[in-house]
Design a protein around this ligand. Structure first.
Ligand code: G6P
Length: 608
């Protein structure tokens, strides 16, 4: 969602803050702002509607410097994207605040502050926090105490940083429900909502826990837990490479991430398979014990990660394990009946998605045997709060439309299928076949990537469409859902996915010459059924865009197709996802949209 960065140093921190914001821009990008304490001890604030580059121009045209500051890139929740709603929010000249999250009782707090004479200049919940802190300062509290007392009155989620011109030696930060890290430097320290913001200045990070409040000074950091006790939190070295967040020769992060898939799939398999067998020890003792008692799997996730879960259901039930899948925002708010022996699996790229995290937290009272997260960010909340984790190794994903995170999630889920399948009578031969398919996967993805030029040509016939249908059966139905999601996210073409068998129960009414229909046609037992569904489309003049196996005889009168060769059935949903990613990418490029930062979306949704 939004991004926070801050620093306290003996040097001018503005360049560092702007670079940090640029690196966080993928989290939110409708407006940005920065406030620094200048040499005269005054708080100077810049805010701009639009991207960080607009803010950078504004800052560079001034000669302001400051050695203590906080900055923010925003994804609007309360209040429209507008300069007046951009952070930092200030209460007069006393305190500046940046905030990620949502304060649910902001209306009541606002009314109380209005009654005391505070003047509001924005519609945000964050301005309420700024005035609340100023009110505490006014009553004689020092900044740390003011933050502690103000946050005690907040209901909702927040990661926030407060800086006061009266306080030259510290920035105060607090976390409840949204992530916040402290970066450690030499004689200077930093804060951010995501380590990616600070990788050019440090590798050493402290991850705040829920309820923590911390005082960040030049010479050190003091952390207090929710009970107000001073606590030590471990310092961790981030293994993320700075290069992983550069675009390299690619025009967009999304394209770079699509092309990284052979490598990150290999990474995700590394140390986990060998000579046709799954190396179960790589899961760790605790995971093995949980899998031993698993009789049912409940998968909970959002967005693309949910689609990965839907594919996994076909795989798990194929080897005999009952499995249910649900989007976290629905799951968390309904009464659920949990069958005995159920394992909760959350799937998340970021590990910070608010609904998924809430579902995990709620599950503790629901009788699960335990929780496992399939996640891409080792230090994330989901990893820390789940009983066990299975890490995907996709590296940092910057493009808002998820690609390599999805395929590595599928790889992880396929490995879990093998592990659970072993407990449900999977034979050695079946296991070897599944593992060998995974072993071949990076090469198969490379071969599909070689079709990029042809997919680009296909995309040029697609880009003038206003709607699209994606069809699939079996595990290719969620693959179609993911293909449709990619297209709508980045090209803004309205796209819907349907199980092909449902076509005649409604969507067929939409099909005419102007309706493109996209379909993956693997050589599988449902092929003939899908082909007859496609005949129904052709009979109404619908235009077909097909991705098929070279063994498939299409036998339709008019279509565009690309042929993939020798795809293994088990990993086919992964391989067929790649051309759909490329199709969406090229359509978006032709349409001239902002591929990496599509309008209205954010990479990591840390609010409900
Ligand atoms: C947002 C992102 C999606 C992502 C979803 C779930 O909507 O734009 O790409 O699939 O959140 O995120 P997670 O980090 O939990 O996988």
């Amino acid at each position: 969602m939004c991004g926070i960065v801050g620093a306290i140093a003996d040097r001018n921190v503005l360049p560092l803050l702007l670079e940090g914001l640029q690196r966080l821009e993928y989290r939110g990008y409708d407006s940005a702002g920065v406030a620094v304490r200048d040499a005269a001890g005054e708080m100077k604030r810049f805010r701009a509607l639009g991207k960080v580059a607009v803010l950078r121009d504004m800052v560079e045209q001034s000669d302001i410097t400051g050695n203590q500051g906080i900055a923010h890139t925003r994804w609007a929740t309360h209040g429209a994207p507008a300069e007046r709603n951009a952070h930092p929010h200030m209460s007069g000249v006393r305190v500046a605040v940046v905030h990620n999250g949502i304060i649910e009782n902001h209306n009541a707090l606002r009314d109380a502050l209005l009654a005391k004479g505070y003047v509001f200049t924005s519609e945000t919940d964050t301005e309420v926090i700024a005035h609340l802190m100023a009110d505490k300062l006014e009553s004689g509290k020092e900044l740390l105490q003011a933050v502690v007392e103000a946050t005690a009155e907040l209901d909702g989620a927040y990661a926030l940083a407060a800086s006061s011109p009266e306080d030259s030696d510290r920035i105060i930060v607090a976390r409840e429900g949204s992530p916040l890290v402290i970066g450690l430097g030499e004689g200077e320290n930093y804060i951010a909502s995501d380590v990616a913001a600070l990788l050019s200045v440090t590798r050493k990070f402290i991850f705040l826990e829920e309820g923590d409040v911390a005082e960040v000074r030049r010479d050190g950091v003091s952390i207090y837990n929710a009970d107000g006790e001073m606590v030590e939190r471990p310092v961790k070295n981030s293994m993320l490479s700075n290069a992983s967040i550069d675009k390299g020769p690619y025009a967009h992060y999304m394209l770079k991430e699509i092309y990284e898939q052979p490598a990150v799939v290999s990474e995700t398999l590394e140390g986990r398979i060998h000579k046709g067998r799954l190396l179960e020890d790589s899961f760790g003792h605790e995971t093995k014990a949980l899998l031993d008692s698993t009789k049912h799997v409940q998968i909970v996730a959002c967005g693309t990660s949910y689609h990965a879960g839907l594919v996994a259901r076909y795989w798990l039930e194929e080897v005999g394990i009952p499995c249910s899948v649900e989007v976290a925002s629905e799951y968390r708010y309904r009464r659920v009946v949990v069958p005995s022996g159920s394992l909760l699996i959350t799937i998340s790229q970021s590990g910070e998605t608010a609904d998924t995290l809430a579902a995990l937290r709620g599950s503790r009272e629901q009788g699960y045997i335990g929780s496992l997260t399939v996640c891409n960010v080792p230090e994330s909340s989901l990893v820390r709060e789940s009983d066990v984790c299975f890490m995907t190794r996709a590296g940092t994903e910057i493009g808002v439309a998820s690609t390599k995170a999805f395929t590595t999630q599928l790889v992880a889920l396929r490995l879990l299928t093998v592990a659970l399948g072993r407990r449900y009578g999977l034979t050695t031969e079946q296991e070897e076949a599944m593992v060998n398919e995974l072993h071949s996967l990076p090469r198969q993805i490379e071969v599909v990537l070689e079709l990029a030029d042809e997919i680009q040509i296909m995309a040029s016939d697609f880009s003038d469409k206003h709607n699209a249908l994606f069809l699939g059966r079996g595990p290719f139905y969620p693959v179609a859902m993911e293909g449709a999601l990619k297209l709508k996210e980045i090209s803004y073409i309205h796209a819907e996915a349907y199980p092909a068998g449902e076509l005649k129960h409604g969507p067929l009414a939409l099909v005419d010459e102007s309706m493109p229909v996209v379909c993956a046609l693997p050589d599988d037992p449902l092929l003939e059924k899908v082909l007859s569904n496609l005949q129904e489309v052709r009979a109404r003049g619908g235009e077909l865009f097909l991705f098929s196996d070279h063994k498939v005889k299409i036998g339709l009168d008019r279509y565009q197709s690309l042929t993939l060769s020798d795809i293994f059935p088990g990993t086919a949903p992964i391989v067929y996802s790649i051309p759909l990613q490329l199709l969406a990418y090229h359509v978006a490029v032709i349409k001239g949209t902002d591929v990496d930062q599509p309008r209205n979306l954010a990479k990591s949704v840390t609010v409900e």
